[in-house]
Ligand binder design. Sequence first.
Ligand code: SAH
Length: 218
Amino acid sequence: MRPTEDTYRHKGLRKKLVQGIQAKGISDERVLAAILEIPRHFFLDSAFDEKAYEDIAFPIGEGQTISQPYTVAYQSQLLEIKPFQKVLEIGTGSAYQAVVLAELGAHVYTIERQKKLFEANKSFPWLKKYSSIKYFYGDGYQGLPTYAPFDRVIITAAAPEVPAKLIEQLKPGGIMVIPVGAGDVQLMKRITKLDNGVLKEEVFDRFSFVPMLGGRNS
Ligand code: SAH
């Protein structure tokens, strides 16, 4: 069962979580405010209430995880979201990252390849309050050509290399944040498509994500 109550205790734990993330180097006030706002325990079974406010990734079923809060904050900070921007997310998972992006004012288009996870979000009533998030069941490697181009693209699974179709769907001036690497460890990269179409690549810290897989899984 998903919890539906956000108590003072939860809010207190969340405040500590935000202080911890800040101490690890996240400085974007809007990102920190979003994490303070969102009841992360709503995204986990009530049996794991306590775990929701530790700075750890956690299993959500189908061999997948809700990303570590620090990682969510890190990717969100690198994205430099401005209100009303169109953001494509690959790997909806628990939808926690999508909600952080929505809190930052983005219009989020998020794709999940695992049918059960996609459906779990469809039957998560609290998510309905975020009408700026649209959910898609499909293969993230294809992106969403119908809705392209996007101001921002975020990949929340380990990509062996930067998917060409997702670069195509990025607007000139747009930013992609993606963990790249085929092994257990990936490098966080930020790719900016300059107005003349040239790609600028910046490399940041090491992270460990579940793999970005091809095709859909029913
Ligand atoms: N953003 C999520 C993180 C989930 S982990 C959160 O906040 O909880 C990564 C997710 O990416 C998993 O759910 C996995 O099923 C999904 N995924 C992996 N490869 C994918 C692909 N090609 N297309 C769409 N989703 C993919």
